[in-house]
Design a protein around this ligand. Structure first.
Ligand SMILES: [Zn+2]
Ligand SMILES: [Zn+2]
Length: 336
């Protein structure tokens, strides 16, 4: 079968063996309809975090074509999924840190979503695979996993009613985060350096988004909405300057939710956190219940995804990669 494998910080299209159900016993083979290209895939590829030959991609939508399982799934089911499965009984899981569970980290789909077929285990079928409504487009369905990650961040932040929440970075994840906040009834403000993204966020129901041209001026404008500063700040941008910006726009006592990888790891300032009683926290990946919540929100039309992704074929996955990295597009969907 065809797959896009990592090689020298790029993708190469290769013919690799199709996963066979016989090899694994229980589980299912899914024919991949398409798979979103996630920011985390790009970080893994660009920063040599995976070995050459690895197949990335986890925002999968597809159809079960072979199955040997005690679950109610059948051949022909259209599904979306999460690629990692928590154990539910370790110290991490009991504390709600499902994505820190060692079992979670050791489980995965085989070989990865940028291929024609994947294998999912019985454990996946039991916990992180969900039937997706046939009326959803492939792209809509593929947003289940990234939206689930945002939903988990919103839940973890324990936001109070009427809080002023700011999203720093309005790429695809920033937009989804805003939609997740809105779906749960919270106020949401956004900011970005790119005008198109600021405008797009308004179409997705943000209460207001700011184009950062002159930082001081922007902060002045923001103070009109949140005179003391924002109560919660979600960092969905990859630039280290966003850390400074968060400190400038946070109210004393605010929560800062870290939701992106930053190349130059400068860290936060100890004394800002201490004297201003800031809570700096993160949310990484999603749990099974968040996946289910995400799919429901998409199916109910409460989270919309139209206009976020651009479709590329598997053969053109490097173009998708380059266009995403250069901010030409917000997100790529790889049609398999
Ligand atoms: Zn993802
Ligand atoms: Zn666990």
């Amino acid at each position: 079968m065809k797959a896009a494998a990592v090689q020298n910080n790029k993708f190469v299209i290769k013919n690799i063996p199709k996963p066979m159900l016989d090899e694994y016993g229980y589980g299912a083979i899914i024919k991949v309809e398409g798979c979103g290209l996630c920011g985390s895939d790009i970080v893994k590829l660009k920063q040599n975090l995976v070995q050459d030959g690895s197949v990335l991609g986890h925002e999968v939508v597809g159809e079960i074509v072979e199955i040997n399982s005690n679950t109610p799934f059948n051949i022909g089911d259209r599904v979306v999924l999460g690629h990692h499965v928590p154990c539910f009984y370790c110290q991490y899981c009991l504390d709600g840190s499902y994505s820190m569970c060692r079992h979670f980290k050791s489980t995965n789909i085989i070989p990865g979503g940028f291929s024609e077929y994947i294998y999912v285990s019985e454990e996946h079928l039991n916990n992180t695979v969900f039937n997706a409504n046939l009326s959803l487009t492939s792209i809509e369905a593929s947003f289940t996993e990234p939206l689930a990650c945002c939903i988990r961040a919103v839940k973890r932040a324990r936001i109070f009613d009427n809080a002023n929440n700011l999203i720093v970075g309005l790429g695809s994840i920033g937009i989804l985060m805003g939609e997740a906040l809105k779906a749960y009834g919270y106020k949401v403000f956004g900011c970005d350096l790119i005008e198109d993204r600021v405008n797009l966020s308004q179409k997705f129901g943000f209460d207001r988004s700011f184009l950062i041209q002159n930082e001081e001026e922007t902060i002045k404008e923001m103070k009109k909405i949140a005179p003391l500063g924002f109560d919660t700040i979600f960092l969905t941008a990859g630039a280290s300057s966003s850390l400074e910006f968060a400190l400038k726009t946070a109210r004393d006592g605010a929560k800062i939710v870290v939701f992106s990888s930053i190349k130059n790891d400068n860290g936060f300032k100890n004394n800002d956190i201490y004297y201003r009683e800031l809570t700096v926290m993160s949310s990484y990946s999603s749990s099974p219940v968040d996946l289910e919540d995400a799919l429901n929100l998409i199916e109910e039309g409460r989270v919309k995804t139209e206009g976020i992704s651009v479709v590329y074929s598997l053969e053109n996955i490097n173009e998708a990669l380059n266009d995403t990295v250069s901010n030409k597009i917000m997100k790529a969907f790889i049609k398999i």
